[in-house]
Design a protein. Structure first.
Length: 353
């Protein structure tokens, strides 16, 4: 089923759909990028496909800490040494780290070659591989270097969900929860009713399609984040700061957990600054606390966290920029908060939830 103009396919037959995607690319050589985890767990599902019999495999180290310039150079070098031309195609098989880095590598190699995204984590399916954002972390900051560039095709095959552990399921689900909050009350309520302790993967597959549609509808209106696409950053101003801070103190956690923690803080700011209903905030925060636990940090970390927020790409005129909600689906982009208000939100996270 083709969802939107960006050739995003909910694939029931990965071999057939990949063959069709490659036919559109008119490639001379095929390269596949994986990390060590997806090479072991996911590449065996594709390696038997006839059209990939002569593929050149590029494998980088796993985890977001390796979404780095060093890994990017390795991919560029492998493409160059492997004889890639402007007519080659790179298939990115993996989670958000692989799809982000691989998309950026393809977008910049020889000024751009075609790439196909095959996300293998829930997070990548509903967020990282969809919408044309590519990039790497740099100088201790999340996604500091990158470009907007759509994949030739994104193939969403939920069979890969069977390879995920509980932590990765929950990480991706945080982005789905964000999509519900910026969409409508029914979707938000359905998401809060889902049992993440014993997830029904069949039901989750259905929910993935709905979640992707939310993002695609927004991206289609604003592909380069000049306006309403900033809605997708709800929870991310604080969330990215938490994530970068966790890497700095060598206690890293998955991106979706950072988003979940950021949602708590930004829901608090939404209550204070936009009148978001307190009871809806409490229900959402309770769900997050139950399934994601609590991040352990102290008031001594506030200055570092706020400094990281000042580096957020959405900021303007030196002010920290947020997307906030007046209600579920009632989106207010380009909102600012003072350092005192942000401190109150961090206090709320630590003491009031």
């Amino acid at each position: 089923m083709l969802l939107m103009k960006q050739r995003i396919i909910l694939s029931q037959d990965l071999e057939s759909d990949l063959a069709k995607a490659l036919a559109v690319c008119c490639h001379d050589r095929i390269f596949v990028l994986t990390d060590e985890m997806t090479e072991a767990l996911c590449w065996p599902l594709l390696s038997r496909f006839h059209m990939l019999r002569d593929v050149r495999l590029i494998t980088i180290k796993a985890s977001d800490s390796h979404k780095s310039l060093d890994s990017l150079v390795k991919v560029w070098t492998s493409l160059s040494n492997g004889g890639a031309t402007r007519h080659s195609c790179l298939i990115n098989l993996g989670g958000g780290m692989v799809t982000d880095l691989g998309g950026f590598a393809a977008s910049t190699f020889k000024r751009g070659i075609d790439f196909i995204q095959i996300p293998t984590t829930l997070l990548a399916m509903v967020d990282a591989s969809v919408g044309g954002k590519t990039g790497i972390n740099f100088n201790g900051l999340k996604n500091e270097i990158g470009v907007f560039n759509e994949a030739a095709c994104v193939l969403l095959n939920t069979r890969f969900l069977e390879t995920l552990d509980e932590t990765n399921i929950r990480s991706g689900y945080a982005e789905m929860l964000k999509h519900g909050l910026i969409s409508n009350t029914q979707m938000w309520a359905d998401l809060l009713c889902f049992d993440l302790a014993q997830p029904d993967l069949f039901r989750l597959q259905e929910m993935v399609g709905s979640s992707v549609k939310v993002k695609e509808n927004i991206v289609r209106k604003d592909p380069t984040e000049r306006g309403i696409r900033k809605a997708l950053n709800f929870g991310h101003t604080v969330g990215h700061a938490f994530e970068a801070w966790s890497l700095a103190v060598k206690r890293p956690f998955l991106h979706g957990y950072a988003v979940a923690f950021g949602l708590v803080c930004e829901l608090y700011l939404s209550v204070v600054k936009q009148g978001f209903p307190v009871e809806k905030m409490r229900k959402t925060v309770r769900f997050i606390n139950d399934y994601y636990g609590k991040l352990d940090f102290s008031c001594d970390d506030y200055s570092a966290l706020i400094a990281l927020m000042h580096h957020d790409k959405k900021n303007e005129a030196g002010q920290i920029n947020f997307t906030l909600l007046a209600d579920v689906g009632d989106i207010h982009i380009n909102q600012t908060a003072t350092e005192e208000e942000i401190t109150d939100a961090l206090d709320f996270y630590r003491d009031g939830t």
